[in-house]
Write a protein that binds this ligand. Structure first.
Ligand code: DGJ
Length: 783
């Protein structure tokens, strides 16, 4: 709901209100963003009061000597007129004038959300779900028109913002910075929460109190990156995800981005987000219009859990589109960590048969099926089958896999070229490199110039052919290096525009693919989660969260990711132990428990499983299928975070709280440990719940030689006898079952059984060990 009265604009969503006005100098003054308030005509209490000019500050003009733009919350600030904070826009004119001073001109309010056709990914919603306000501002001296767009998504409590600049002058200007969004807040008593990392440790949560100065959260890698995700939060309570006033912000873009968070000398905060000015520059010619990517904003007075929930709902309803929207995602078996490049059709079929037998639904053939690819040094760009490994071809393989009742998926890495490839021999000019410089490799490969239409056409044709031929149901779209040597060999190319033009090229290719293959399930990937962002999610409903599949690492990674993105977007696979990325040993049940809080898959050699492991996995898959819609689309909460504790407690809940699943995970086993309490603050006080842990198998080997305390014959570690006993003795996890009132569960929590502490064991003892976990099922009793 949006309305305007006396040039005061009020934007309501179900639980939030956002207000700004046109002030006495015709600038837009931000007045309020927070918890929903009633509509009021009394706005004066919210105005920033300036009656006396201050020290060395700059007044806006002679008519307003006490008004300095530097100390007002503004919607979209100017440059060079006294506001000394980070400017949202910077450009230069031919005469050297760099001043930007935008004034209100007019506005319109529209039901729904008009498309901008900017070539960028956009959120969407219908007339019943959203409303849009467009405010037009005009630069005081030059004929530049700035349009600020605000779309309110009522139920998701999200405001989508973007900006566009039209050059109505007869001269070209150079745009050096153009933010999607500026948010000025009147106070700075916040912690900044960002999601930082690197390859294989993506999106670890970082929280820090705001201090004077500017914090920059950005990527200059060409992709949104695992270094600093564009999603961030400002919260008044970084210690409890369920409490506090919290603002969230994210960007619908997959390339270089920057978020500036400035704490001003007057104790205000400015947040800017958008294209990264460090790598962006654009010539805006007469008559042209430039659109920023969209940015999304949310607020919740229920802390980080509240803002996460808003984002999750928004992404599932207004970012993800196509036939897989709100559709249950299949359980994957991927051959990568099982075989790497070393596979034959026989080996793949063996793996697929096992996958089908255990209940999996989609078999994915990963890297190595094309060209003459035996390792990562060759063949990228040659999208034809590797007949050495697959002499009968992909169509035959796919048919056999479909015949087992499985879907068939295929890996590809379209944006890359190997120098050892047919494609490079034919088109060296398609490789991104600067004439006269040796291009720098990354994973032995180079970027293809996606700014070029002929490159995009080639990729569309060659990949479409193979996907049709192999009748694929799923595509994993990988991207395994960051940018370097940014330069296009096309004629008359503005080289400083390369990074953004690359993204526009990528998006136009993706759009073509999703239109041509509307039923395909796409999963985006960039060496794991190096491009986990809202831009990619507009085309591909799920993302491979990380190359790191170790259970403990995944708790950090999935927890960090969950702040901005729903479980339905996170690929999560059970893999071998010791883990291939960390060499950490963790038990199979715990690896599943973590992967179940995401889109479940297996990425291990299933043909080597023991009889017991077969049964364990069969039961895991059956459990996931029963609870899949809750695990993929339930409301998600973090009640204890691994980032701050030795334990994590995550919950997915049905919206009416009648059913929930809780993950309890611990890092290291503590001897003689404190009591564990399972407290679920969102439980409905009026309901009564039955609570029980998922049936799991305890690995007898985890007791080591302690079994000799009860065994009539001596059992040695790793001996044949231990293996035999492990195969035949079926030991289940603790017996624990509660009937508990919702108020007790919410206000006090269940005191769980004792953990194993070194002094004995019975059938009630919870044996978790290092990196151990349980999933608790909570179901409301009828009546
Ligand atoms: C990186 C991906 O993240 C992996 O899952 C795998 O697909 C490899 N690339 C294949 O090269």
């Amino acid at each position: 709901m949006i309305h305007e009265k006396n040039l005061v604009f009020t934007l309501h969503t179900a639980w939030t209100t956002y207000i700004f006005r046109v002030n006495e100098t015709n600038h837009l003054e931000q007045l309020y963003y927070g918890r929903r308030i009633g509509t009021t005509d009394h706005m004066e209490p919210l105005y920033d009061k300036h009656t006396i000019s201050v020290g060395n500050s700059v007044s806006y003009d002679e008519e307003h000597p006490s008004l300095t733009l530097d100390n007002i919350c503004l919607e979209y600030s100017s440059y060079g007129k006294g506001d000394f904070r980070e400017p949202p826009i910077l450009f230069s004119r031919q005469n050297g004038d760099r001043i930007a001073d935008f004034h209100y001109k007019e506005h319109r309010i529209i039901k729904g959300k008009p498309r901008s056709f900017s070539g960028l990914p956009e959120s969407y919603g219908d007339k019943n779900q959203c409303m849009t306000l467009i405010v037009v501002l005009k630069e005081r001296v030059s004929a530049l028109r700035l349009e600020l767009s605000y779309t309110t998504f009522d139920q998701a409590n999200v405001i989508v913002r973007k900006a566009s600049l039209t050059n109505d002058m007869g001269e070209t200007i150079i745009l050096q910075r153009f933010s999607s969004l500026q948010l000025d807040l009147p106070t700075s008593d916040y912690s900044l929460v960002t999601f930082d990392g690197a390859w294989a440790r993506e999106r670890y949560r970082t929280a820090q109190r705001l201090r004077s100065g500017i914090h920059v959260n950005d990527s200059k890698t060409g992709v949104s990156s695992s270094r600093h995700n564009p999603c961030l939060f400002l919260t008044t309570n970084e210690d409890n995800d369920n409490q506090g006033d919290c603002y969230g912000c994210n960007l619908i873009y997959s390339g270089d981005h920057a978020q500036h968070i400035e704490t001003t000398p007057y104790g205000k905060v400015r947040l800017l987000t958008g294209l990264n000015p460090a790598t962006f520059s654009w010539q805006l010619h007469p008559g042209e219009k430039f659109h920023t990517p969209e940015a999304i904003l949310t607020f919740s007075h229920e802390g980080l859990n509240g803002t996460s929930r808003n984002f999750h709902r928004f992404i599932n309803s207004h970012i993800v589109r196509g036939s897989w929207k709100y559709h249950q995602r299949p359980i994957v078996v991927n051959n990568w960590e099982a075989t790497y490049f070393n596979f034959s059709e026989h080996a793949l079929l063996k793996l697929a048969r096992k996958a089908a037998d255990l209940g999996a639904e989609l078999f994915v053939l990963d890297d190595g099926w094309f060209g003459s690819r035996e390792d990562d040094t060759t063949s990228l760009g040659d999208w034809t089958v590797n007949t050495k490994k697959l002499p009968d071809g992909l169509a035959s393989l796919s048919k056999k896999i479909h015949g087992m009742g499985l879907l068939f998926g295929l890996w590809c890495e379209p944006e890359m070229v190997s120098r050892k490839s047919q494609l490079y021999r034919e088109h060296p000019e398609w490789l991104v490199s600067v004439p006269g410089r040796n291009p720098s490799p990354g994973r032995n490969q180079y970027l293809l110039d996606l700014t070029r239409e002929d490159v995009r056409d080639y990729l569309f044709e060659s990949l479409s052919n193979i996907w049709k031929l192999a009748n694929v149901d799923y595509v994993k779209w990988d991207m395994n290096r960051m940018f370097s040597d940014m330069y296009s060999n096309s004629e008359k190319f503005q080289q400083e525009e390369f990074n953004h033009r690359y993204m526009l090229g990528l998006y136009s290719l993706l759009q073509r693919f999703v239109e041509a293959f509307p039923q395909l399930l796409f999963e985006s990937c960039a060496s794991g989660g190096n491009r986990f962002d809202l831009g990619m999610l507009c085309y591909m409903p799920q993302t491979w969260t990380s190359d790191n599949t170790d259970a403990l690492s995944r708790v950090y990674i999935q927890e960090g990711t969950s702040y901005g993105y729903p479980l339905s977007s996170m690929g999560a696979h059970v893999s071998e132990s010791p883990n291939h990325q960390t060499l950490r040993v963790s038990n199979l049940e715990s690896r599943f428990n973590v992967a179940a809080f995401g889109l479940l898959g297996y990425e291990m050699d299933l043909s080597q499983l023991s009889t017991q492991e077969n049964e364990v996995i069969r039961n895991q898959i059956a459990f996931y299928k029963v609870h899949r819609s809750l695990l993929q689309y339930g409301e998600f909460f973090r009640f204890k975070t691994i980032a701050d504790n030795n334990q994590a407690i995550w919950v997915v809940s049905a919206p009416d709280r009648t059913e929930m699943l809780a993950l309890f995970f611990q890092t290291l086993n503590i001897p003689n440990p404190p009591t564990d309490i399972l407290r679920i603050p969102i439980a409905d006080p009026d309901l009564t719940y039955a609570v029980t842990p998922r049936r799991e198998r305890i690995d007898l080997k985890s007791f080591g030689t302690l079994v000799n305390m009860v065994s009539p014959i001596r059992i040695k570690n790793d001996g044949n006898l231990q293996r035999l006993v492990d195969e035949t003795v079926h030991l289940e996890n603790e017996l624990e079952y509660y009937i508990v009132n919702g108020d007790v569960l919410a206000y006090r929590g269940i005191v769980l059984n004792q953990q194993f502490g070194g002094t004995g064991y019975d059938k009630e003892t919870r044996v978790l060990g290092d990196f151990g976990s349980r999933i608790y099922h909570l179901k409301a009793l009828k009546g």
